[in-house]
Design a protein. Sequence first.
Length: 405
Amino acid sequence: MSSMAIHLEEDLQHVDLKRDVTKHLKRGHRWIFANCFDESRTGKSGIRLLKYKGEPLALGIWQADTQLRFRVLLLTEEPIFRRNNIERTLELYFDSQWRKALEIRKTFDLSITNSFRLINGEGDGLPGLIIDIYNDTAVIKHDHPIMEKVWNAKAIAEKIQAAFPQIKCVYLKRRNDESEKGVNIVGSLAPEVQFLENGVLFASNIRDAAKTGFFLDQRDNRKIIQHFSSGKTVLNLFSYTGGFSLFAAKGGAKEVTSVDIAKVAIEAVERNFKINHLPTTHHDIAADAFDYLEKQILEKKKYDLVITDPPSFAPNERSVEQAKAAYTKVFSNSIKLVNSEGLFAASSCSSHISSQEFMEICQESFSRARKRATLVYFGAQPVDHPYPLAMEELRYLKFALFRLD
């Protein structure tokens, strides 16, 4: 097997654009959709040279079976592009992006936070490649099957270990609904991996967990919750494994209630509280968060801080209006449970909902709950989840903390 991090077939084929997207690409956008190509052109997925009117324009990854048809690695006008040596071009490109990615991640003090995203796909110039670090375990994940052939997991694992000598296991994680959920590239994946985030200990069953094992993108927002939790009663809806709950407890919350529909997630909340030895009273409830909200409203229950971080309601453009209605309903019901002058935290991970639309949803939610509020903090994804400036659609995470007036 090649020691290169990017696999290249012997014969580099090309694909032809039928529309001029040169300006789009030169601004730094990395996606080209199917309507920019001849629809009769399918062909095998893989590394391809992109041409427009016969002239080479970019090198990237062709996805024959999706609307997102071409993902750009680099433009042919870039100094490292070598027309007669594509292998060398890819090698130079990967090494350059890898070095820049490591530079950003140097900000983490591993004695406090040893869990972070090392590679964030397009945000680090490496489309379809996600690498997350959890203490001594690195998890590689792809967003399309072709990426497992494009990215050389063995060569990448060697680079990970060279940069982070503490890594004992590199695990390639596939979709949870696949028969083989993943494969060990280096070492062997432990049944439970423990890792630190801002001094709080978490445990994850990475093989069966969502995403790569944890939602690392809420790190900064969890820290904010810690700052505002002292002496408060806290309700964490759609808690998953209790990220916000743990930080509320660490911040000195008097009482924390975590609600998630998945029993296995609630068991993980209990496990995370146990390994941190936090004295806070906590209630871990396996229930549908929507039903739980309705019940709590009827019982006139109130909390000092309510956190509502539901899963994405908008998987595509067609579902945006339906998603807006769902967010508005769950946020307005959540607001009804907040004490006077209490705090409400709302979050959305839907990339199809813009920051402006998210704030409009929040305004409408307060209006429906017949409450007014002050925005205390607005957060997004952290430094290890960068995105190209020209790709606003990759700024997916929105988090707002409000004080009820």
